[in-house]
Design a binder for this molecule. Structure first.
Ligand SMILES: Nc1nc2c(ncn2[C@@H]2O[C@H](COP(=O)(O)OP(=O)(O)O)[C@@H](O)[C@H]2O)c(=O)[nH]1
Ligand SMILES: [Mg+2]
Length: 386
């Protein structure tokens, strides 16, 4: 997204990001569109604003319909350790994969656009379960379709994405490229290497604080402060991941990009593995590509593990003194500490924390006594003393 916006247009965008209701947002965007000069440099921004307007109008429309009763099911309530959405163009076998991987029984047919509503099912991985959600197809020919908006909504709400293509697509590379562009365009980032910026406005911080594991590319914190002040943001935590440019910061002020851990599945490899290499060359290095066949079963058994890995989580089993560990693990972000676990179990437990004993990979010896800052590993057993 371009910089070099006139102050007036920036002010309107600031108004948009401050707006609370869809109605207020629509008003701010309309004003923005009438104040922004239209040229090459603002093209993407104008495109984004028009689309956002359409989404907001649809949101209002849907809400009205819901009120009269005939509500469309838009979101699927999460269950299990994480929710992963199956998405992709028509007829690649998304519903077939859901049927093979889970207990769900979606409708499968050789005709495109058979799937009209999201459908969940549970996938077991060792001692945990992931919820998979089948979705209507993405239309990569008509990016603005309202069905696309719905699928994107589901994706933004999910914890991870399973992006499905199939070797029998006539123009696999083109379709894959447009799918990735569609996601990126709608603020969904599928790779950790792409810059992600989250700006949390907060009165509790003094000025602008930069946190996270990312890197500022081609600008300083002073430049950042200056840009944010032009959007009337003076107190905020700016969280960055990956390589971040000043343009990334500017687009995140208005479009809020999110990182979704993703796996690409190339389905129907029973018909041949054509396209696998092309697909891999198109994708960022940290996005795994798995050739699968819903029909023949190839590689279906490794999807659970792959999801577990891209989600970057670990399992921790809590136990009480002199008791067996809880058979149901807590699933938490990799890098979490004993105190994070205490907090998840109960706020009081964290407040009154004294020490813990740990068994497993992170312990030097079974039952090691550790403090709250001790970093846990997958399958550790933790006994918290408070
Ligand atoms: N040969 C082959 N056909 C498949 C495979 N998976 C799905 N199909 C077929 O592809 C068509 C579309 O499948 P469906 O699951 O409805 O695709 P969706 O539109 O992506 O949900 C159906 O005729 C399926 O039988 C596969 O692994 N191999
Ligand atoms: Mg389907």
């Amino acid at each position: 997204m371009p910089a070099n916006l006139p102050a007036e247009a920036r002010g309107k965008l600031a108004k948009y990001s401050e707006a609370k209701t869809p109605e207020e947002k629509i008003k701010a965007l309309e004003e923005f569109l009438s104040s922004v000069p239209k040229h090459k440099g603002t093209e993407n921004l104008v495109y984004w604003a028009r689309r956002r307007l359409a989404e907001l109008r649809e949101e209002i429309e849907l809400r009205k319909r819901k009120k009269v009763g005939g509500g469309l099911q838009l979101f699927v309530e999460k269950s299990g350790s994480a929710q992963a959405v199956l998405l992709g163009p028509p007829n690649v076998g998304k519903s077939s994969l859901l049927a093979k991987l889970t207990n769900a029984k979606p409708e499968i047919s050789p005709y495109p656009y058979t799937t009209k509503l999201p459908m969940p099912g549970m996938l077991s991985f060792e001692d945990i379960q992931f919820q998979l959600v089948d979705t209507p197809p993405l239309n990569v020919e008509e990016l603005e379709s309202s069905l696309n908006n719905r699928v994107i909504g589901l994706a933004r709400n999910a914890d991870a994405l399973l992006i499905v293509f199939s070797g029998d697509l006539p123009d696999l590379k083109g379709v894959a490229r447009r799918t990735l562009e569609l996601l990126e365009d709608r603020g969904i980032v599928i790779s950790r290497t792409m810059g992600v910026v989250r700006i949390k406005k907060s009165r509790e911080v003094e000025g602008i604080r930069v946190v996270g594991r990312g890197r500022l590319v081609g600008f300083t914190e002073e430049d950042l402060r200056k840009l944010l002040s032009e959007y009337r943001i003076y107190n905020a935590i700016v969280e960055i991941e990956g390589d971040v440019t000043l343009d990334d910061v500017e687009s995140s002020i208005i479009t809020s990009r999110v990182y979704k851990p993703s796996i690409v599945l190339l389905n129907k490899v029973d018909l041949g593995t054509r396209g696998l290499e092309e697909l891999m060359s198109l994708l960022p290095k940290d996005v795994p590509v798995i050739p699968v066949s819903a029909e023949r079963g190839d590689n279906l058994h490794i999807i659970g593990r792959a999801l577990f890995e891209v989600l970057d989580v670990i399992r921790v089993y809590t136990k009480n003194p002199n008791k067996e560990p809880d058979p149901h693990p807590l699933v938490i972000k990799r890098g979490s500490t004993v105190l994070d676990v205490a907090e998840m179990v109960h706020k009081k437990l964290a407040e009154n924390f004294k020490y813990a004993r740990v068994w497993g990979r992170s312990a030097k010896y079974p039952g090691q006594r550790v403090g709250g800052g001790h970093v846990l590993e997958d399958k550790d057993i933790v006994e918290i003393h408070a």
